[in-house]
Design a protein around this ligand. Structure first.
Ligand code: FES
Length: 104
């Protein structure tokens, strides 16, 4: 377990005991205010879209082309957008802060 900070769509920040070894998405979809993750992590639905706090961006794995392409199609895409199903929640990411992106 490690601290995962989640800002919901109402702007409220929650501190969650995140399970390491799972994807960030798998932690978020268990929350009422988390993500839908409709495709289950296949990098095809973008319903796991989050904004990563800038201080954490460099600590995350690099984006693969399919994630980049999918994010680029989103109306709410930002420079710090990521698909949370592509991010493993490792102990090194303890304290990670993400914001759930608006529904498309
Ligand atoms: S869960 Fe569908 S793209 Fe991440």
């Amino acid at each position: 377990m490690a601290l995962l900070r989640v800002v919901d769509r109402d702007g409220v920040e929650h501190e969650v005991d995140g399970k390491t070894g799972l994807k960030v998405m798998e932690n978020l979809r268990e929350l009422d205010y988390g993500v839908a993750a409709i495709c289950g992590g296949m990098c095809s639905c973008a319903t796991c879209h989050v904004y990563v706090d800038p201080e954490w961006q460099a600590k995350l794995p690099a984006m693969m082309s399919d994630e980049r392409e999918l994010l680029g199609e989103l109306a709410h895409h930002r420079e710090n957008s990521r698909l949370s199903c592509q991010l493993e929640f490792t102990p090194a990411l303890a304290g990670l802060r993400v914001t759930v992106a608006p529904d498309e």
